[in-house]
Every structure is written in structure tokens, then in C-alpha cells.
Ligand binder design. Structure first.
Ligand SMILES: Cc1cc2nc3c(=O)[nH]c(=O)nc-3n(C[C@H](O)[C@H](O)[C@H](O)COP(=O)(O)OP(=O)(O)OC[C@H]3O[C@@H](n4cnc5c(N)ncnc54)[C@H](O)[C@@H]3O)c2cc1C
Length: 290
């Protein structure tokens, strides 16, 4: 469990970091919290020749609202999300998510940017950000570009980020009145990756029907999955139990789980059904309360 030898640099400006990425190409890896990258290096699943530590870059650690968006800096730690009053009060789905990621030691270092950039289908934020309709801001040699979350996860451990880009910000649309969301995760024991997880975010109209809804599934496919048929089915409907149950069936049908040490395929699909119903139910309760 000893990684191959590597060089290490800790630039103090984003320009320098990007120049280093340009210089070293595929031999370089960005280092944020290190809680996915370093285990991969120890297992020799990754053997970068140089680590570009972005922890000294300024202005990448923030949680704030502006211009109609919640903006989260890429270097924001999971523990900061967990402790943020803004997140707890207005974005409970993100608080739900951060709270179930690993354990406090991991959460103190692991960053939300790293969680998304890693592209691990087992990570929890991807499904939540799909449900929220987030955008990813990437900064590269030509400046900033915005990537809709729906086109960010390309395959397992593969995202739309280019090798010379740094994920700098995650943007989430500020919630409209009568909005609510929830993340539900089933794990073998506290701190484990998900057997399955479901994120649901919705807004109700004046009559109490579902106006907009996003549903994301964790660890039941090669990437996080957006349950689009379930979303389309729910739009315009009254959120009663029968309707939420039917949507849960559609979400389960959209999942593509593999049998592994966390359980057989059928079990995981059944868990998606249960978790979708519960996440939607909690999201509706929160929307009705708000
Ligand atoms: C014991 C343990 C349990 C865990 N349990 C969970 C869990 O339950 N749920 C969960 O979601 N995760 C879990 N994780 C994984 C970990 O929490 C996340 O993957 C972590 O958030 C990754 O962020 P990081 O800052 O540590 O990224 P790093 O490990 O530093 O980087 C991960 C990858 O992303 C790239 N990267 C990082 N930041 C950027 C950036 N800003 N721009 C471009 N590329 C970037 C790196 O080059 C690397 O390829 C666990 C990890 C451990 C060690």
C-alpha cells in the first residue's frame, strides 16, 4: 500500500496551477482533499508523476448565494457543508448528503469539488447535484466554462473535465418558494459507500401539485443516473402516496445495478424503489413546510 514515487507542487495561483497541468498533461493529477486520489495511488490504480496540490489556491472555499445561484467553491470541505446554516436551512438535500459521506475524519478533508471531479458512481454528491440541476464551473487555459451536470458524468471515473481544467465552482439554482429536497442512502454500516442512494428535489405549484422535480440515483450504474421517466411522470401530478409509488417503480427501472459484495442486483433495484419513495415523501413534506 505504498504509492509509486511522484513529484509534488503547491502553486499559489490558479494561473500557475493550470500552466502546470498544461506542462505535464496526463502525467499530472490535481490533489484536493486526497481522500479518493491517495487511496487510488496506494492501490496503484493511479500513478501520477506529479501532484498539483490546489489547497493553496485562494478563493476556492466558500458557500454563498449570488445572482440566483448557490455557489460552492470546489475546495469546500464536506464538514463545512454539514455545518453551514445556509445549507441546513435552504438546501437540506445537500446537508443530508454531506452528513452521510464517510466519517468525520474524511469529511474534514474531502472536498465537494473532488467528490464530483472523481466521477466515482459510488460518491454521493453526483446524484444530489443531478436532482438539483447544478452546473459545474471549470477553469482552464481559455478561462471559465460552465458544464450542465447532466453532461458532466461520462462514464465511471470519467467526467467532462479536460486534463488542463480545474473544477472551481458548483452552482445550484436558488430554490423557489414551496421547494424541498432529500437524500436517502442505504449503507452496510455507518461511513460506507452506498448500497444505493436516491436524491429528490421538487417544487410545488400554488395548488400543491408537482411543478418541477429532479431525481438522481447513486451507485446503481456506471455513473450517477438521472431518473428522467420518473421525473416526467411526476410533473403536474398531486404528490399522493400512490403517485410517489408509481414514480419509485420508474426510478427503480432506470437503475442499472450490478451484483457485488453490497448485494444482488434485484435487492439493489428494490432498494432504489424504497429509497425513491422515501426521498420524494420527505421532499414533499419539506416543500409543503416551506
Ligand atoms: C474511508 C473513506 C470513505 C468514503 N466514503 C464515502 C462516501 O460514503 N461517500 C462519498 O461520496 N465519498 C466517500 N469517500 C470518497 C471521498 O469522500 C470523496 O471522493 C472525496 O470527496 C473526494 O474529494 P477529495 O477532495 O478528497 O479529492 P481528491 O482525492 O483530492 O481527488 C479525487 C479526484 O478528483 C480530482 N480533483 C479533485 N479536485 C479537483 C478539482 N477541483 N478540479 C479537478 N480535479 C479535481 C483529483 O485529481 C482526483 O482525480 C470516502 C473516502 C474514504 C477514504
Amino acid at each position: 500500500m505504498i504509492p509509486a514515487s511522484f513529484d509534488y507542487v503547491a502553486p499559489k495561483t490558479i494561473g500557475k496551477a493550470i500552466a502546470l497541468l498544461q506542462q505535464h498533461g496526463a502525467k499530472a493529477k490535481v490533489l484536493a482533499g486526497g481522500h479518493s486520489l491517495l487511496p487510488a495511488m496506494k492501490l496503484r490504480l493511479a500513478s501520477p508523476k506529479i501532484l498539483i496540490d490546489i489547497n493553496r489556491l485562494p478563493n476556492l472555499d466558500y458557500i454563498k448565494e449570488s445572482g440566483g445561484w448557490l455557489r460552492i467553491g470546489a475546495l469546500t470541505r464536506e464538514s463545512a457543508l454539514d455545518e453551514s446554516d445556509l445549507i441546513k436551512s435552504k438546501y437540506p438535500i445537500i446537508a443530508d448528503t454531506a452528513r452521510v459521506i464517510a466519517d468525520p475524519l474524511v469529511r474534514n478533508m474531502a472536498t465537494v469539488g473532488g467528490n464530483l471531479a472523481h466521477g466515482d458512481p459510488a460518491n454521493d454528491h453526483p446524484a444530489t447535484m443531478l436532482a438539483l440541476g447544478a452546473e459545474i464551473v471549470a477553469t482552464g487555459p481559455k478561462g471559465k466554462r460552465t458544464i450542465p451536470i447532466e453532461s458532466f458524468f461520462i462514464d465511471a471515473f470519467q467526467t467532462a473535465l479536460k486534463s488542463q481544467e480545474i473544477l472551481t465552482e458548483i452552482r445550484v439554482p436558488m430554490p423557489k418558494p414551496r421547494s424541498g429536497g432529500a437524500y436517502m442512502k442505504l449503507e452496510r454500516k455507518v461511513g460506507d459507500f452506498a448500497i444505493a442512494g436516491v436524491a429528490a428535489q421538487l417544487t410545488l405549484d400554488d395548488a400543491g401539485n408537482i411543478k418541477t422535480v429532479g431525481i438522481g440515483l447513486t451507485n446503481v450504474g456506471l455513473t450517477a443516473i438521472k431518473a428522467e421517466k420518473a421525473e416526467a411522470f411526476l410533473r403536474g401530478k398531486t404528490p399522493d402516496d400512490a403517485t410517489l409509488k408509481q414514480a419509485s417503480e420508474l426510478a427503480a427501472a432506470a437503475s442499472q445495478p450490478q451484483s457485488d459484495l453490497r448485494g444482488p442486483e434485484e435487492y439493489k433495484r428494490a432498494m432504489v424503489r424504497v429509497l425513491t419513495f422515501r426521498a420524494l415523501k420527505r421532499a414533499v413534506e419539506r416543500a409543503q413546510a416551506g
